[in-house]
Write a protein that binds this ligand. Structure first.
Ligand code: PAF
Length: 282
């Protein structure tokens, strides 16, 4: 596996693939890799038969709305590189902030994401999706992949990136891959390693509540369902920020089960000082 720190070196490595129109799979990450990330790498390299699978590790400062969150974000680069090599990744880009955002280059993205950007994570983390759109657009321009692999755990992020790719007419197919869970149902996340043992034991209530929501939706109104879900999370000692049901395509919040053909339930909750998110198509 090759490790590149400079954009121009990675592009020189990729030139023969571009010349021959070969499929390139790309997995952007912020490091602290777990099986969820590695499943994306494996999908790209083994299942989808991309000739080349590239990952990036870059903790993007522009998507953190709180500087303390950026400082506390786990960083495990040595372990990450070993995991990527084992999973079948051919090259990794680990750029500096200056490589991604060189002075003089305007990387800001101005798109109206409408509901996709204003509800849930968009409402609770102001500026977050602007930062995600900025870095993903820049990384896609650098790597020029044919396939982009992202995890369903960040459901709203995947829809935002699809809209970005569509708006800029980039010839890239955006693949949403299933959430990978621990045995007890907790969605894998780089943030999980920061959970105290007590909150680690409580956190699976998030998955259980999403599963319960699947059953509750037959019996109660959307309002009641959200209230039941919030109460269940609180009873376990978590501090939920939201539990919302939305149209799975547009993310418009729904008031009635007949408002959308496909409904996604999305949740964000604090387990101590760690913010966890999860979702399920119900
Ligand atoms: O999901 C993430 O880890 C990040 O938001 C991403 C897509 C790598 C952009 O920094």
């Amino acid at each position: 596996m090759y490790l590149f720190k400079r954009v121009r070196d990675l592009q020189a490595f990729l030139q023969p693939f571009y010349d021959k129109n070969r499929p390139i799979g790309f997995i952007p990450t912020m490091g602290a890799l777990h099986d969820g990330h590695l499943s994306l790498v494996r999908t790209s390299s083994k299942v989808a038969n991309n000739v080349c699978t590239i990952a990036s590790i870059f903790v993007n400062p522009t998507q953190f709305n709180e500087s303390s969150d950026l400082e506390k974000y786990p960083r495990t680069p040595a372990e990450d590189l070993i995991k990527l090599a084992k999973a079948g990744c051919q090259a990794v880009l680990m750029p500096s902030v200056e490589e991604v955002y060189p002075s003089g280059l305007n990387t800001k993205v101005e798109i109206d994401f409408s509901k996709l950007g204003s509800v849930m994570e968009g409402a609770h983390r102001p500026g977050h999706f602007e930062g995600v759109a900025e870095v993903v657009k820049r990384l896609l321009e650098i790597v020029q992949p044919t396939h982009l692999y992202m995890g369903q755990k960040d459901y709203q992020q995947v829809l935002i990136v699809r809209k970005l790719v569509e708006t800029f007419k980039m010839p890239i197919s955006v693949e949403m891959c299933p959430i990978i869970r621990e045995k007890d149902g907790l969605a894998m996340s780089s943030r999980n390693i920061r959970l105290t043992p007590d909150y680690r034991a409580k956190a699976p209530i998030i998955y259980k509540t999403l599963q319960d929501a699947k059953n509750w939706i037959q019996a109660v109104s959307i309002d009641e369902l959200s209230q039941k879900a919030l109460s269940q999370l609180e009873a376990e000692g978590l501090r939920p920020e939201y539990f919302q049901l939305a149209n799975a395509q547009t993310l418009e919040l729904i008031a009635d089960q007949n408002d959308a053909k496909q409904i996604v339930a999305c949740v964000a909750a604090w387990a101590g000082d760690v913010r966890l998110i999860d979702n399920m198509i119900i």
